[in-house]
Design a protein around this ligand. Structure first.
Ligand SMILES: C[S@@+](CC[C@H](N)C(=O)[O-])C[C@H]1O[C@@H](n2cnc3c(N)ncnc32)[C@H](O)[C@@H]1O
Length: 274
């Protein structure tokens, strides 16, 4: 067990994962409290399942735990291939930035350590969501896609690719902006970042739903809004600084995050007309 503890200590963790022997990985986020808030289907027993953007694999293990017979977990291993904004306002990505991205490199070490410790049979593959193709990858009975759309320049195309390999249902759990979701519940609004932060879009709940429908998916069930709390591995920001910046979008975002977590919305959907 000591060996596992040491291996865990050498990884950079995105997810908080419970491993044997009471070991818990110090993730940036702790998704454990929200697992049961997602609109899961009644069973995944025996299904062929795809986890898109798996990082350390928290959701892949959860899919297995729910009975999936086969879990394929895709990610983009080289961060240089991530579809991230160009960091225009900082003169592009610096060498230091590139190095810190490489350190995370899509959770490769963390996934290997956690999967082995949990006895997971999930297969991690280097495939971009944009590359999904039924002729190459086959079809999946169920697809999970978590916290990825905001990072993509073309989230609707990503959803179209997901739809192309989905013969059953898709569960999407992605970041949304809380305040425009509450103030404009019926109007699809997405705020474009796209310069020096690692995401392109911050949709409200209505916009996330519209993206799903635009990609040819019909909504089956939802949980409009919940907060994913930060994990023990996330540096604690200054609550005082966030208060001082309350009038800015960033200040409000930081305050909600520090107080409760990052707002997410979940949608279960299936290819329209099926
Ligand atoms: C914010 S993390 C989300 C991790 C996990 N899905 C969750 O919901 O907790 C985004 C993940 O997507 C991966 N990723 C980035 N671009 C991708 C792409 N084009 N296709 C598939 N995965 C991608 C990243 O490497 C990272 O593992």
């Amino acid at each position: 067990m000591e060996a596992l503890e040491q291996r865990v200590a050498t990884c950079d963790w995105y997810h908080t994962i419970e491993l044997p022997g009471g070991i818990v990985t110090p993730g940036f986020y702790d998704c454990r409290p929200v697992v049961d808030r997602l609109p899961w289907p009644s069973s995944l027993q025996g299904l062929r399942v795809l986890d898109v953007g798996t990082w350390d694999g928290f959701w892949a293990y959860e899919l297995e735990r729910r009975g999936a017979a086969e879990v394929v977990a895709i990610d983009v291993f080289d961060p240089a291939r991530w579809d991230w904004p160009p960091y225009i306002d900082q003169g592009g990505r610096s060498e230091e930035h590139e190095r810190s991205l490489k350190k995370f490199a899509g959770g490769s070490r963390g996934f290997a350590v956690a999967a082995e410790a949990l006895g997971s049979r999930a297969q991690r593959q280097d495939v971009s969501v944009y590359e999904l193709d039924p002729d190459v990858h086959g079809r999946y009975d169920f697809v999970f896609l978590g916290s990825l759309l905001l990072h993509l320049r073309d989230p609707v195309e990503a959803l179209r690719r997901v739809r192309s390999v989905c013969s059953g249902e898709v569960l999407i759990s992605d970041v949304v902006e809380a305040i425009p979701s509450l103030l404009r519940p019926r109007t699809p609004i997405a705020r474009l970042e796209g310069t020096d932060r690692p995401w392109w879009w911050q949709p409200n709940v209505a916009a996330l739903r519209r993206m799903v429908r635009s990609a040819g998916l019909e909504v089956v069930a939802t949980n409009p809004l919940y907060l994913v709390p930060r994990g023990a591995g996330r540096p604690v920001g200054s609550l005082r600084r966030a208060w001082r910046q309350l009038l800015t979008t960033r200040g409000r975002e930081e305050l909600i995050f520090l107080a409760r977590g990052t707002p997410h919305s979940a949608i279960r959907a299936r290819p329209a007309g099926t």
